[in-house]
Write a protein that binds this ligand. Structure first.
Ligand code: FES
Length: 106
């Protein structure tokens, strides 16, 4: 069972901001949208771009390389040229810290 990892303080981000953190060796993009935190792997499933450096439009992130779109809340692909979802991670708040868990191999 994977561990919850402290990634940032609960108050560290404003709405619409993000940060890329290391969770057990995986780059994870943590976004704050409408007061809620979401975490997806920082990699575009089309050709490996760092998705967090793209433009956030509502709850969708647009890949900076070829324009694929993904839902930040679920990692679901929304527009080509990508066709696979980005891995999405569980997030919780504990003692003022945002915590993320990489549960893909649990
Ligand atoms: S690498 Fe993201 S759309 Fe091509």
């Amino acid at each position: 069972m994977s561990d919850w990892i402290n990634v940032i303080d609960q108050n560290a981000l404003a709405d619409g901001e993000h940060v890329v953190v290391d969770v057990d060796g995986t780059d994870v993009a943590v976004f704050k949208i409408e007061g809620q935190f979401y975490a997806i792997e920082d990699v575009c499933t089309h050709d490996g771009a760092e998705i967090a450096s793209g433009k956030l439009e509502g709850c969708e992130i647009v890949c900076p390389r070829h324009g694929a779109r993904f839902c930040v809340k679920t990692g679901a692909v929304k527009a080509p040229p990508a066709y696979e979802d980005i891995d999405c991670f569980p997030v919780r708040i504990e003692n003022g810290k945002v915590q993320v868990r990489d549960n893909r191999w649990d």
